[in-house]
Design a protein around this ligand. Structure first.
Ligand SMILES: *[C@@H]1O[C@H](CO)[C@@H](O)[C@H](O)[C@H]1NC(C)=O
Ligand SMILES: CC(=O)N[C@H]1CO[C@H](CO)[C@@H](O)[C@@H]1O
Length: 394
């Protein structure tokens, strides 16, 4: 009882502060100036890495109350170093208390953001002919590039990455590479600057997942490619794009069921007659409730709704996109829930960045992102963004 009150007060502050931010920011539907296509393509990448950098501090912390208290009872307003204000460590259930991103400082990426940057850099190394459509992503080329980058990789190397590197050393053929992880790892945010064709985007989204072999891991990338493609080229609104991609016949039944669940959870959280909407830690509870509690016999069960598997990260990401509908508030709220928040942040940032355009990222979040300029220079070389490409320019 004694513990609960201050936390609830903090949470109320947090909620009202998000609402205030919502009021001052433009509303997309009624905005006179639609962001340009180039801005929205840039937004898809930059939204993802900004969201990821916002999670560096709280990534793998599963206790949302602890994050809220550590951040002074309000949503995160600047990038933080791993575990900043939390003793330098976060608490990944089952993996214990540690720094999951050694060598990283505020404004840098987690491994999810780094993977998206790696794919962007790979695209920037390719040659593009002015009048020909870009070649499809080339898996063996990408893997060689990735192997070289792994030699100087700073920070966390996930289990799948380590396993795949080992397999390559043992001579495992390329089509059999990868570990059996069901984690959602969206890595193709840069592909929207290269391809406008939906099939090529879907192909890119699965090729970059060569470190994974579990089928669930491959399903979220194609789905989110369809969502972003609809936002960029079919002029759809957010919920419309999310539902239309869900109903696409190419979308797997597993994904469809997870998106449906997220849609009803968003509605429940917005319905004042439902208890969930009255909860102070509403986002934390909403995410936890969307997947099982997995009792692995450790100190506490893993809240799969907040962990890495696609069954948690995908509906969680859709929930944040539709509940907040604006890039920064959605990314802040996502960081505050913790768990595998960095994985969700890539999806949330990619979709809302493609919706609102790169202008939705405030100046202070650009200048304090360590590699903003580097990413920006690489984006300038992409076929759909380079100057003189005939596309609208920024
Ligand atoms: C992919 O790249 C490799 C190495 O550069 C090349 O040998 C191969 O032909 C390429 N494959 C395709 C389908 O373009
Ligand atoms: C560090 C951490 O929390 N890792 C978790 C990430 O998600 C996977 C999948 O649920 C868990 O197994 C890990 O414990």
């Amino acid at each position: 009882m004694m513990m609960r009150r201050p936390i609830r007060a903090l949470a109320a502050l947090f909620a009202s502060s998000l609402v205030q931010q919502g009021c001052v920011r433009f509303v997309h539907a009624s905005a006179a100036a639609q962001p340009s296509l180039a801005s929205r393509i840039r937004g898809a990448f930059m939204g993802a890495v900004v969201g990821d950098a916002l999670c560096l501090g709280s990534h793998y912390e599963y206790d949302a109350n602890k994050i809220l208290a550590a951040y002074g009872g309000k949503p995160i307003e600047k990038y933080m170093a791993p575990g900043e204000h939390m003793g330098g460590m976060t608490h990944g259930v089952g993996w214990g208390q540690r720094n999951y991103h050694p060598g990283k400082t505020a404004g840098e990426q987690t491994d999810y953001g780094d993977y998206n940057a790696l794919v962007l850099e790979y695209f920037a190394t390719r040659k593009y002919k002015d009048n020909d459509p870009p070649l499809p992503i080339n898996k063996s080329e990408l893997i060689s590039f990735w192997q070289r980058k792994m030699e100087t990789w700073v920070g966390w190397k996930c289990t799948q990455t380590r396993q795949t590197l080992q397999q390559i050393q043992q001579g495992v053929p390329q089509d059999q590479l990868g570990g059996m992880s069901n984690a959602m790892a969206i890595r193709h945010a840069a592909a929207f600057a290269v391809y406008s064709d939906e099939k090529a985007l879907i192909d890119a989204s699965t090729t970059v997942m060569f470190t994974h072999r579990n089928s669930h891991a491959f399903l979220a990338g194609p789905y989110l490619s369809r969502v972003v493609h609809r936002l960029l080229y079919k002029n759809m609104g957010l919920r419309e794009a999310i539902e239309s991609a869900m109903n696409d016949q190419g979308t797997d039944e597993f994904i469809r069921s997870k998106v449906k669940m997220a849609l009803s959870k968003v509605d429940e959280a917005a319905d004042p007659s439902k208890p969930l909407s009255q909860e102070k830690m509403v986002d934390d509870l909403a995410l936890t409730s969307m997947a099982r509690l997995w009792d692995v016999g450790k100190s506490e069960p893993i809240k799969v709704g907040k962990a890495s598997p696609t069954e948690g990260t995908l509906p969680g990401a859709i929930y944040f996109i539709l509940k907040y509908q604006q890039l920064l508030p959605a990314l802040q709220a996502n960081a505050m829930v913790g768990g595998d928040n960095a994985s969700r942040s890539i999806a949330v940032g990619m979709v809302l960045g493609a919706y609102e355009g790169v202008e939705a990222i405030p100046e202070s979040y650009r200048t304090s992102l360590k590699h903003w300029q580097r990413y920006s220079d690489w984006l300038d070389q992409m076929p759909l963004l380079k100057k003189g490409s005939g596309k609208d320019e920024l």
